[in-house]
Design a protein around this ligand. Structure first.
Ligand code: PGA
Length: 247
């Protein structure tokens, strides 16, 4: 089963509108003729400017978070309805920073993923174990529990999963390709049991200190279908080589 490689850049809380435009111009220069799906997730304030800067390009626009309701008295939130309106195709949900710093729960992740699908957006559902959980031999149990809670009852055709071991995010430590593959394979096997053959088509990205130097080896693993890139997505000089190593 061939799955189209997918590289997504998570800009987190970085880039003014002007910086965002500049990065898109550089990426468009670097990324011609790559047979890889690419998305960038700027901060909310730059979504519209990035949409404009991406016009005529095949790079997709993604958001970093959403609320599950469409409209209403929810001060400070944005919804899948509004993200679709501004041109988003994807939205990250359940990132470990949102889980640990902003109290995002498995139930919240499920509600957000369902709401995104209802509005025609694809959720990029993040899961991953903390260091103490890995050291206690509980990595698979934790990750599969998050998968189960986030995706129960949802159609998977438009869902992307990102496995991001928390201890590898922004730390310079990466899971070995073999350890990452083991978790990706376990996720796919689990999804096959809960959702059937569609599991073979679900793209499972790896995230956590992906860099030009380690991308090719990770992406060569049979169940690693792409990458969710944080720090290295902030510059074309580091993001473009990662995209090219997936093609
Ligand atoms: P990193 O972040 O590449 O900076 O480790 C990845 C992520 O948080 O998605």
């Amino acid at each position: 089963m061939s799955r189209r490689p997918f590289i997504a850049g998570n800009w987190k809380l970085h880039k003014t509108v002007a910086e965002a435009r500049e990065l898109i111009h550089e990426l468009r220069r670097e990324l011609v003729d790559v047979d890889v799906e690419v998305a960038v997730a700027p901060p909310m304030t730059a979504l519209d400017a990035v949409r404009q800067a991406l016009e005529g390009s095949s790079i997709h626009l993604a958001a970093q978070n959403t609320y599950h309701e469409s409209t209403g008295a929810y001060t400070g939130e944005v919804s899948p309805l509004l993200l679709a309106d501004v041109g988003c195709r994807y939205c990250i949900v359940g990132h470990s920073e949102r889980r640990s710093l902003f109290g995002e729960t498995d139930a919240g992740v499920h509600a957000k993923a369902a709401a995104l699908l209802d509005h025609g957006l694809s959720p990029i559902v993040c899961v991953g174990e903390r260091l103490e959980e890995r050291e206690a031999g509980r990595a698979l149990e934790v990750v599969l529990g998050q998968i189960e809670a986030a995706l129960e009852g949802l159609a998977l055709e438009e869902v992307v999963v990102a496995y991001e071991p928390v201890w590898a995010i922004g730390t310079g430590r990466t899971a070995s390709p073999q350890d990452a593959q083991e978790v990706h394979e376990a996720i796919r096997t689990h999804l096959a049991a809960t959702h059937g053959p569609v599991a073979q088509r679900v793209r499972i990205l790896y995230g956590g200190s992906v860099k030009p130097a380690n991308a090719a080896e990770l992406l060569a693993q049979p169940d690693i279908d792409g990458a969710l890139v944080g720090g290295a997505s902030l510059q074309a000089a580091t993001f473009a080589p990662i995209v090219k190593s997936a093609s």
